[in-house]
Design a protein. Structure first.
Length: 407
């Protein structure tokens, strides 16, 4: 089959959606499908980085299009960058040969609408991989008013994509419920969590020591938030806890990654002069195991209003390195369901947003308990969220062979 994949980011970008789409594309090409990807020429967090316009990688045809580079400093800048990519994407799709299947993700939000329309014109099968759910997310975050023209317009486009899709992939049951509430038939929606990076992420004892030595973390209890720093995953409670623990010289808070909020975190760290805070950019994929293994506890955050709208994918890689988990978010979520299923095998703590004092206390207790030395995770748990388990389910949805679901 000829299969078209649409998303703003793809290999060699290292953000989560790029990694997962690259895994899928590689698997499709290995099965003999003719795979084409349309993505942006600019790096997602490093727009100065320009990728080739045309490239073949592992048998996959990559067609990258132009977009502006105004950045993420203001809403209009992000909107302009998104709009320029979408316009160029539409133009590029006009000159592609007919495809049998079109799969669209959600970066930028309107890419699914474009994919749905192009699939309709081609009379191709359309599938929708919902990595985050807009415009609902934008409304919940306060970026859009629910009664605004923009919100209503985007809602119509979103519903068109959902209705046109023959297969929809939601990342958890809360997201599935949001989709079904739009009037979408439940049997169209498969619940398939994003898998851990099995080939790249595992506990790396040697890499752990090398990373800790390089960043003067030897002998420290390292609390790490690694990944996209976004307003939908508010870090204020963690930052406040770091302030309360600044006199605890053996506890270090390490922020690794990028995103629209990363600059704010770095500015806060510089302004407070907290010596126990370390900010680092995204780590290369081949060094991800080392950086993740270096932490004694990993932080996973879910915004209170974001349940079912976004999915904290980092939990799977955290579990892959067997690290204790610090969860900040709603009492009930996909993350808590996973963590509660691990008891008593895996150490974790959880607090609501705003409970900085409680969080600081529990971090002290976690450090004292020495839980970070035990990196064993039940084999059945690791397998449940592995690529080997979940990727075949996604391939089945694309092939129209039923919406196998994993909760």
């Amino acid at each position: 089959m000829k299969i078209l994949l649409l998303n703003q980011v793809f290999f060699p970008d290292v953000v989560s959606t790029a990694q997962h789409l690259s895994d899928l594309a590689t698997a499709l090409a290995a099965r003999g499908h003719e795979v084409t990807v349309v993505s942006s020429r600019r790096g997602y967090d490093h727009p100065d980085m320009i990728y080739p316009a045309c490239e073949t990688w592992r048998g996959i045809k990559i067609r990258r299009v132009f977009s502006t580079r105004f950045g993420k400093g203001a809403k209009w800048r992000r909107a302009a960058d998104f709009a320029s990519f979408l316009i160029c994407c539409c133009t590029r799709l006009l000159f592609l040969p007919r495809q049998d299947v079109v799969l669209a993700l959600t970066t930028p939000p309107l890419i699914s609408f474009i994919g749905a329309w192009r699939a309709k014109l081609w009379r191709a099968r359309f599938c929708y991989w919902v990595m985050d759910f807009n415009p609902d997310e934008a409304i919940a975050a306060g970026w859009l008013r629910a009664d605004s023209f923009a919100a209503k317009f985007l809602e119509r486009l979103s519903c068109f994509s959902l209705r046109r899709a023959e297969g929809i992939i939601a990342l958890d049951r809360f997201m599935r419920d949001r989709i079904v509430a739009k009037g979408i038939a439940p049997e169209k929606v498969a619940v398939i969590p994003p898998w851990s990076q099995d080939d790249e992420v595992r506990f790396d004892a040697a890499g752990r020591e090398k990373f800790r030595t390089a960043h003067a973390l030897a002998g420290k209890f390292v609390v790490m938030y690694s990944g996209n720093h976004s307003p939908v995953h508010p870090l204020d409670t963690l930052m406040q806890a770091a302030e309360r623990l600044r006199q605890e010289t053996d506890i270090v808070f390490c922020f690794v990654g990028g995103g629209s909020e990363f600059a704010r975190v770095r500015k806060w760290a510089a302004a407070t002069g907290n010596p126990q805070v370390l900010c680092l950019p995204y780590q290369p994929l081949d060094q991800l195991s080392a950086s993740l293994s270096a932490a004694d506890a990993h932080v996973v955050v879910m915004g209170d209003a974001m349940l079912g709208l976004v999915h904290p994918c980092k939990i799977y890689n955290v579990l892959s390195v067997g690290a204790p988990v610090i969860y900040i978010g709603p009492t009930t979520s996909h993350v808590t369901e996973i963590l509660e299923g691990l008891q008593p095998h895996h150490p974790w703590i959880g607090v609501r947003h705003g409970a900085a004092e409680d969080l600081a206390r529990q971090i002290r207790e976690m450090r004292t308990a020495g839980v970070a030395h035990d990196r064993r995770l039940p084999v059945a748990v690791a397998a449940r969220y592995s690529q080997a388990m979940l990727l075949p389910q996604l391939l089945a949805v694309l092939a129209g062979k039923g919406n196998a679901a994993a909760d």
